[in-house]
Design a protein around this ligand. Structure first.
Ligand SMILES: [Fe+2]
Length: 352
């Protein structure tokens, strides 16, 4: 299988092609880049059979309609998509093929109602259904979004194997891909929560206004071929909601180092990280994040004291502080930047 990511920025466009039949598909191509994509296909001797939108995008314009004009490739969308065009509408469980390469459709709504993920034999293209690590997943507060539907869709991942590679529609931290097993450990959206708690968490977030996104959605629904007059702000992780948006009270490393009050330090990393190269803060107790909900009893004595949650970079510790808050702990704060920042500042860490 030929598999390449064709963009430089935060939006990901994947080329999937068969070396045997020279048939190719493009997933989530960007308007304005179509000459580049067609040049790549020409250089590789590939013919474009399919262009796919994993969902109606709110942060960039899709090139699918224009690429279909220029190549007669099928424009594949989920059957619930409200795009004006789209020549092949697919449903849950549908298998589409690029040469002999199978791509199975998984309906994974929540970011939008028409979001789909594509399962290839060894990998899952998740669109905005799931990002990498602390990136979490796409926001669920845009038109058509629904946090409860997102929780339901996440349950579809349960039977899938840890080794499955995950390729998202965006990444704002320069990561290319990961595995489902890694996401199960690191992604705040995949930490254990009831459906009710998950919905309450996402609905409680104060996300930046995104009025400009409505204009982008409208243009994509109309299958525009013209990117003039659509303002798309540069930079910023506009699509994602990970742990960093949760409004969790923070404590800086400097403030922790000079704190006079007695603090309970709760490290929520995995045991191998606790004794790994970044070390841990002297006196910290370890409860890995996935175990926290069922081990809250161990913290009962500290219910009214300040508890500082700690992880590697601040993602999991935000989740942990949220879990503590929801369980009624009076003062849970997350260590901003985690042990990564603590070590950057060369503050004392116990190693081994
Ligand atoms: Fe999106």
């Amino acid at each position: 299988m030929i598999f390449e990511q064709l963009n430089d920025g935060n939006c990901r466009t994947y080329l999937i092609a068969s070396p045997d039949t020279h048939e190719a598909a493009l997933v989530d191509p960007l308007l304005g880049r179509e000459d580049h994509y067609l040049g790549v296909l020409r250089d590789r001797g590939l013919s474009l059979r399919m262009v796919l939108d994993t969902h109606v995008h709110a942060d960039h314009l899709s090139a699918c309609a224009l690429l279909r004009d220029r190549t007669r490739a099928e424009h594949v969308v989920h059957e619930q998509s409200r795009v004006a065009e789209g020549s092949l509408r697919v449903e849950e469980g549908r298998r589409i093929k690029v040469g002999a390469i199978p791509m199975d459709v998984l309906h994974t709504p929540g970011h939008t109602s028409d979001s789909m993920s594509l399962r290839l034999p060894d990998r899952l293209l998740t669109g905005d259904f799931l990002f990498l690590g602390e990136g979490g997943a796409g926001r669920t507060d845009l038109p058509g979004g629904d946090p409860g539907m997102h929780w339901d869709a996440l349950q579809k991942l349960q039977p899938l194997e840890d080794a499955l590679l995950v390729f998202p529609g965006h990444d704002y931290r320069g990561n290319t891909h990961s595995t489902l097993g890694e996401e199960r450990k690191r992604n705040p959206r995949l930490q254990p929560r009831s459906r009710g708690a998950y919905v309450a968490w996402l609905q409680g977030l104060q996300l930046p206004a995104a009025d400009w996104m409505k204009a982008v959605v409208m243009a994509n629904l109309a299958c525009t071929r013209n990117n003039k007059g659509i303002e798309i702000p540069l930079g910023g992780a506009v699509c994602e909601v990970g742990a960093g948006c949760s409004g969790v009270p923070q404590m800086t490393c400097e403030a922790l180092m000079s704190a006079q009050e007695p603090l309970v330090l709760l490290d929520v990393r995995n045991p191998d990280e606790f004794i790994g190269p970044l070390g841990h803060i002297e006196g910290a107790r370890l409860i890995p994040l996935p175990e926290l909900p069922r081990r809250l009893g161990e913290l009962e004595a500290f219910r009214d004291q300040p508890i500082i949650t700690i992880c590697k970079a601040g993602g999991r510790s935000n989740q942990a502080a949220t879990i503590l808050q929801e369980a009624g702990f009076a003062d849970a704060r997350s260590l901003a930047g985690g042990m990564g920042r603590w070590n950057q500042l060369e503050l004392p860490a116990a190693k081994g």
